[in-house]
Design a protein around this ligand. Sequence first.
Ligand code: CAO
Length: 415
Amino acid sequence: MGKALDGVRILDFTHVQSGPTCTQLLAWFGADVIKVERAGAGDITREQLRDIPDVDSLYFTMLNHNKRSVTIDTKHPEGKQVLEALIQKCDVLVENFAPGALDRMGFTWERIQELNPRMIVASVKGFGPGPYEDCKVYENVAQCAGGAASTTGFDDGPPVVTGAQIGDSGTGLHLALGIVTALYQRTQTGRGQRVLAAMQDGVLNLCRVKLRDQQRLERTGVMKEYPQYPNGKFGEAVPRAGNASGGGQPGWILKCKGWETDPNAYIYFITQAPVWAKICNVIGKEEWATDPDYATPVARLPRLKEIFAEIERWTMTKTKFEAMQILNKYDIPCGPILSMKEIAEEPSLRKTGTIVEVDHPTRGKYLTVGNPIKLSDSPTEVKRSPLLGEHTDEVMAELGYSPEQISALRTAGAI
Ligand code: CAO
């Protein structure tokens, strides 16, 4: 079966996490992704957080599946010529270097246009144009500058970053959408264009509901679904909301049986209005279904703490999976707090290809997260990440270089 992006060639000049997540997705959709790395070194993540000496790290392998790796010194005059040949052959150049690095290498937008006017040049940067545009940025900087950290955590504690890599992988997703959109527009215009996804913007896009709340707060001075209501104080900015739901149906994380020893024996419980009577029945508080102090969502808002404490008395008598089973029978929205161990061992995620076991020549078998986006006509087959420079000769031959020329370039240190 063909793949959605068959025939699309990507010059993958990305490193670390944000850019590689983007090009990995494109590769899973069938694009030919040629990752350009420096000989002898490669993407810095190959050696970061290694669990096996001298073997590509899980950090690298889990972000670079289905790609080919070529080594080119793009600051070497002859290496630059190889890169130029690649630019002429590819549809998209994706990069996430520090601001200005591509220009310093001599590959400005104007130069790339001269070489290939159909080329799409897609970049991740930490910030868009403005006071911080020249800054280098990593994940947590983006989480802080994009509004996530100030709104995550508990009211009485400091700002907190989240384990979900919304700055890196989140921005990679945004960039991938920009690239396929530009490819689509190119079918009409015949022209390439620049695509920019700034990490601050990507994080803010994912924190959209918090900017909503900022404006609600400014208008009304209070947000009744936040844990600060009714007894705490609201300041000028959206406060940290603990585990409160970001939507219109109040929720909280509650202890389940075994919480004393298992750090993940918890469940997220949503007191969705349409199933309120069922919730009252399940927890044995039938009278709350008709009591005017509890019967409506508005009446419940100042009593959420007390309500969740009562529900927790019930959840603490069940394991998180028992509670899930019972609550789902009544369509009460809830979710167990799953540990990474439980997720790794979950058979249904293996079955759908969301968790995949991959074999690697030097590492052996390891688990990875497969493609979370499933296309019925373009199924994903996860292939191991390339060794450094594994495909240099193959790609150089495709560019028209003879074995003698390849060997001369290697001797000169250009590849
Ligand atoms: N041949 C020759 N030189 C190469 C090369 C190659 N194949 N590949 C990269 N280089 C050079 C670059 O040209 C650059 O040189 P100059 O500094 O002389 O211009 C140099 O390697 C280092 O690139 P860098 O500045 O991007 O790398 P860094 O490790 O110092 O910074 C990072 C890393 C991530 C902070 C920075 O790239 C960045 O801010 N990127 C944009 C935001 C981003 O994506 N952050 C997410 C990081 S985690 O996913």
